[in-house]
Design a protein around this ligand. Structure first.
Ligand code: SF4
Length: 380
């Protein structure tokens, strides 16, 4: 079953809601769901709530009502991404590694550089995206803790993004031929499921994500907007490099909506030069500078969609209305401020995961489960 997303029906969007219903109705399956940061600040729009409404607690209740066995947060995966990505960045800086390092959590961006810049495949971070990292941890650490066969676990992701469906199927991101994530639905598809189930979304009570993969920090929430991934990485890298507490965690110089931005952050003796681009046309300019040897950045964050994931192709339609995107972004930063912990490495369940299972960031086991490689693709 397909839903047309293009006026001429030349492009269609695959609708995975039937697959999710089938899994929820299969008593032999333990069905886990994870939800990306940008979904919680947009899904309310499908139920006549104003743009910029944060409905995290209602969203979790709605998923519990649909019958998922465990409701986890992709934000936990984002905190884990920062543990690995900040370690990788520090390692490259301190050991003369290839710079700038590029973020790698946006699959549309990954596909773009594989096709368009196959000579630069050694510069993106090797980190898998937060949704894939969380899926990998569900099917290993969580399965072990629950004494379950990973084959009996189904991981469903709710994403603001159409490209995340293709990402989940990438052979480089699967393990032993099993997907880390089995089914991806968009924010709009979750809205459809809730409407099919006649859920009164606005009237739902608030509830919390499930332990042990539901705890997250403010750093992970800001993954949902342009500049957020690199800001989260800087919060952790600062404390790891200086061994000092970072008192002011808001890096205003990394925020905003300009298509290409530049920010400098002083970390001890290091002046970290950061580039940020959203939209692939802007990304191309930064990549061409790297090819030409004129780039002066140490790290670059790139997101394909305008505004980052808050403006993703799976979100409630905004028809290019930047006021809606700005309200979603304001909600993301509010959700960050609402959190008691705002640095990924402070997440107690992330610490527990390393203590009990992964060892250290960038350990052999972490590499096996949480890192990937890129494949040159034909230029199109
Ligand atoms: Fe998906 Fe767009 Fe976010 Fe990239 S920026 S991960 S394409 S929603």
């Amino acid at each position: 079953q397909c839903v047309a997303v293009c006026p001429t029906a030349a492009l269609t969007e695959v609708n995975n809601t039937d697959k999710v219903w089938d899994m929820l109705n299969d008593p032999k399956k333990h069905v886990v769901v994870q939800v990306a940061p940008a979904v919680r600040v947009a899904i309310g729009e499908l139920f006549d709530m104003p743009a910029g409404t944060i409905s995290t607690g209602k969203m979790v209740s709605s998923l519990r009502g649909l019958g998922f066995d465990a409701i986890f947060d992709t934000d936990f995966g984002a905190d884990l991404t920062i543990m690995e990505e900040a370690s990788e960045l520090i390692h490259r800086i301190q050991n003369g590694g290839r710079l700038p390092m590029l973020t790698s959590c946006c699959p549309a961006w990954v596909k773009f550089f594989e096709h368009q810049f196959p000579d630069l495949l050694d510069i993106p971070s090797t980190c898998k995206s937060p949704q894939i990292m969380l899926g990998a941890i569900v099917k290993s650490y969580y399965a072990e803790k629950m004494n379950m066969d990973p084959e009996d676990i189904v991981v469903v992701s709710v994403m603001p993004c159409l490209a995340k469906k293709a990402e989940a199927a990438r052979p480089e991101l699967t393990k032993d031929e099993n997907n880390n994530v089995d089914i991806v639905i968009t924010t709009r598809e979750l809205g459809l499921m809730l409407k099919e189930a006649a859920v009164d979304y606005a009237g739902l009570p608030e509830s919390d994500f499930d332990s042990i993969l539901g705890e997250s920090t403010g750093a992970s929430v800001i993954f949902g907007t342009t500049g957020g991934v690199i800001e989260a990485a800087v919060r952790t890298a600062y404390e790891w490099i200086t061994n000092e507490t970072l008192e002011k965690v808001d890096f205003e110089q990394l925020r905003g909506f300009e298509g290409i931005r530049e920010g400098h952050v002083q970390i001890g003796d290091l002046n970290l030069r950061i580039g940020i681009a959203h939209g692939l046309g802007n990304a191309r300019k930064l990549l061409e500078e790297i090819q030409a040897g004129t780039s002066h950045f140490d790290a670059i964050e790139i997101m394909a969609c305008p505004g980052g994931c808050i403006g993703g192709g799976g979100q409630p339609y905004h028809h290019g209305d930047m006021e809606i995107i700005k309200k979603r972004q304001a909600a993301i930063y509010q959700e960050d401020r609402n959190k008691v912990l705002r640095k990924s490495h402070e997440n107690p369940y992330i610490k527990k995961l390393y203590d009990e299972f992964l060892g250290k960031p960038n350990s052999h086991k972490a590499h096996e489960l949480l890192h990937t490689h890129y494949v040159p693709k034909e230029k199109i």
